[in-house]
Design a protein around this ligand. Structure first.
Ligand code: MF3
Ligand code: CO
Length: 299
């Protein structure tokens, strides 16, 4: 998502009020310690999350239900995607499976997006429109990006698929991009920084001769489709937002085989391509910052 699309919510408890996490305990004996540590870090000049970016245990449970549907939808795509299929067919699978499992495809109608899923092929970076005209051919690499609403809670993840006989070069791009997500994930821990994750992603991409898209990144997610913080993968260790238990965000770098520059298709202002026509890959997961590390919620 681009930075300006992010929205926000605010909740402010008092010290003797029940904790905002829903534990039933007084705030001062529950999350107050975490909040105090956050305030200390703010005083040191660090960017810190607002309290409403920390999900409560109840919210996390609901978000996990949404994630379960999102992953089941991607599993259905995984089972059926094949050479000769159109990307419109993937859209149908996603729409019908999501509905059957009690969810709503989050992309459909989101800021005017006209489909249930994004299908981005080869040099398409993201937000590819499913189409009856796009037939998957041997040698293609395609990202299928699914997002689901269940009971008002949002989930978001994407996977890459190699169709038929894919060149070793493109296969490597797909594999290294998956490794980038893994390297980033390993950096996610409370009281670390978003930039620890960002730099790990970027370092691994660059070590393999690739570049990471700068303009489009990840986001907080759960209560809405796209929440703060905006998540970049071209940042430095020790910088960007402090990671605090209860934060949920996506790791979804777009990695280009060539230059990092991208352009929007003029026809619809949605579909993004690499400017130099080089292939691009992306995997997306949702991660929760826990008390002692992280938990992957959706992949
Ligand atoms: N799923 C994309 C993401 O990872 C967002 C797509 S916006 C849509 O953030 F409208 F195209 F769905
Ligand atoms: Co996302």
């Amino acid at each position: 998502m681009t930075k300006q699309n992010i929205s926000s919510r605010i909740v402010l408890p008092g010290r003797n009020d029940p904790c905002w996490c829903g534990s039933g305990r007084k705030y001062k004996v529950c999350h107050a310690q975490i909040d105090e540590r956050v305030e200390q870090m703010r005083a040191l000049g660090h960017e810190v999350p607002r309290r409403d970016m920390l999900k409560t245990p109840e919210q996390i449970e609901k978000i996990k239900k949404s994630c379960a549907v999102n992953m089941a939808v991607l599993d259905e795509v995984t089972a059926h995607i094949r050479e000769g299929m159109t990307t419109a067919e993937i859209d149908r699978i996603v729409r019908e499976t999501t509905k059957r499992l009690g969810g709503i495809p989050a992309p459909l109608g989101y800021e005017g997006y006209p489909y249930s899923v994004c299908t981005s092929v080869n040099d398409q970076v993201c937000h590819g429109f499913p189409s009856e005209k796009v037939v998957l051919e041997s040698g293609d690499i395609v990202n299928v990006d699914c997002s689901t609403i269940v009971d008002g809670y949002f989930s978001d993840s994407s996977r890459m698929f190699c169709i038929g006989e894919v060149s070793a070069e493109k296969k490597k791009l797909v594999e290294v991009t998956r490794e980038c997500v893994q390297r980033g994930l390993e950096q996610v821990r409370p009281w670390g920084f978003m930039g620890d994750m960002g730099q790990a992603v970027n370092d691994h991409a660059r070590a393999n001769g690739y570049s990471v898209v700068r303009e489009i990144g990840g986001h907080g997610v759960g209560l809405e489709f796209h929440e703060d913080p905006w998540v970049s993968y071209v940042t430095k260790r020790g910088t960007e937002m402090l990671l605090v238990p209860g934060m949920i965000f996506t790791i979804e770098p777009m990695v280009n085989m060539g230059a990092p520059d991208v352009c929007y298709l003029e026809d619809n202002d949605w579909e993004v391509y690499t400017e130099d026509g080089s292939p691009s890959a992306q995997w997306e997961i949702m991660v929760l910052v826990t008390q002692n590390g992280h938990e992957v919620l959706c992949w």
